[in-house]
Unconditional design. Sequence first.
Length: 639
Amino acid sequence: MKLLAITSCPNGIAHTYMAAENLQKAAENLGVNLKVETQGSIGVENEFSEKDIQEADGIIIAADKAVEKERFIGKKVLIVGVQDGIRKPKELIKKVMSGDVPVYQSQKSVEDHKKEKKDKQNPIYRHLMNGVSYMIPFIVVGGLLIAIALTIGGEKTPGGIKIPDDSFWKTIEMLGGASFTFMVPILSGFIAYSIADRPGLAPGMIGGYIAADGSFYGSEAGAGFLGGIIAGFLAGYVALAIKKVKVPKVVQPIMPIIIIPVISSLIVGLAFVLIIGAPVAQVFESLTGWLAGMQGSSSILLAVILGAMISFDMGGPVNKVAFLFGSAMIGEGNYEIMGPIAAAICIPPIGMGLATFLNKRKYQPAEKETGKASFTMGLFGITEGAIPFAAQDPLRVIPSIMAGSITGSVIAMIGNVGDRVAHGGPIVAALGAVDNVLMFFVAIIAGSIVTALLVNLLKKDVENLEVTEEPEETKEVVEEEPNENLAINKLTDITSLELIETDLQGSTRDDVIDEMIGMLDHEGALNSKAEFKQAIIHRENESSTGIGMNIAIPHGKSDAVKKPRVVFGIKKDGVDWKSLDGTDAKLIFMIAVPKESVGDAHLKILQMLSRKLMDDDFREKLLAVNTKEEAYSLLETIE
């Protein structure tokens, strides 16, 4: 029997090679021909050929990250986590040998299954957002063309800025207006398309057109985007219901192109003309009139609500509801709803970027870099730039960005800021789409300052953390040391007696981590203890590096590391490392790797270390050592 196996873990350092080693040993004991492909940090090794796959009787994938499986279509494939490859190699191989493993089908079927599951979880929101995503480009194109035409070709008149009828820019304005006429039909059509696929598209767009054109049911304004949403869902579910009707085989080919679209269009069209259109149009006219007439405290309340919604989940469902509302109002000619939204959109990322500039003591080096990217994203109206900060510290960041966005939204509302494009940030002002540009920038600046000051007030200094950074002067000196990650042939090339401790004193996992980081710092391998500890803890939070069998391999890749190093420590009474097999960690290897390492020789060493630790005799000998010299001699055998 010929089997194949793939092993891979998120970091591609230890677990990948441990699983490979154990599977290989188990296959040898069972008399099975097994080839293992590893997908680690150094890339794919021992890659399968087409012949390997053709001849294979089965495939084992022991991985905790995505592995490309399309090449195994039609083969029996057992998919498990990398820990099973380490702990249960014989059981996995025996299961494949027994034939009790499913045949892998096209990934498309898996994705379709996930899509169906997602649809069942939140169908209304999913269908609505599908329509919105297709509608927005029409609003953006229309708004920008009209804004450019008015900016360049417009002339001041007593009734406002207008473009002469004989001007070239009048044509550009008309092109923008044409784009707006597609807004509601596109919204409706693609809501229906999301529900019923292609058969729903035509009735959805026809229903949307009727919703937008009030002449069908005696309304001057039409039912607007509210009518478009209703038409889209009605068309989609009517088409879906007709699709489920059993018909003779001779009729089936024309169902999606004739019968479903025609019947659905008739039902939706007549329903709007005779029943739905007029009442919805009345509601929409009342809503539009109420919004247009908002003054004083009522308009400020609306601005507060919109600003809070935009910043609350930064691109999530709550944000999208407010954004959709403002976008729809553009189509109705009410630009002063999108204005406050456009200001609120960019304040969270700009505000968080500004916060990192104003008080660097509050942020780790990695956060400072994120702040630069966040600020830039804010200039282009990408609210999601603030998400990394909110994910790390939601209780301080989210209230701060909400306060800033509310401030900016209220100022924009009071300042009569309008936005003709369904987007936000300074970029829309640069494109000439914003009315009252001065107040628009006042709103953004004020909101960003509120966010930055508030979040910095709430945050603690980085220096207050348990582990502190070294002075900048120290960093400059040690960073001049030569890079030592080029010539690594065995484990002892990246460790030393100073980095070995046969009697660790820490009583908890974090105590041991601090103790071992102290050894690295004393040896001169680090720029910053705090930054490297952050990398180690971040890796532990992903999943414990306690791999079982009394072994833990905490590891981190960070700019704080100047040269690849391995620290080895023994804790004979063990320490809880949340290992999957429940054993305490007694043999602990801490691996420190520079973020921008030259070459991959050190990763080869980690591979050999991982595999060597699978040897029971080797582990017993390590546990039995009493001196650093004895430990060093054993580690010297890893090459």
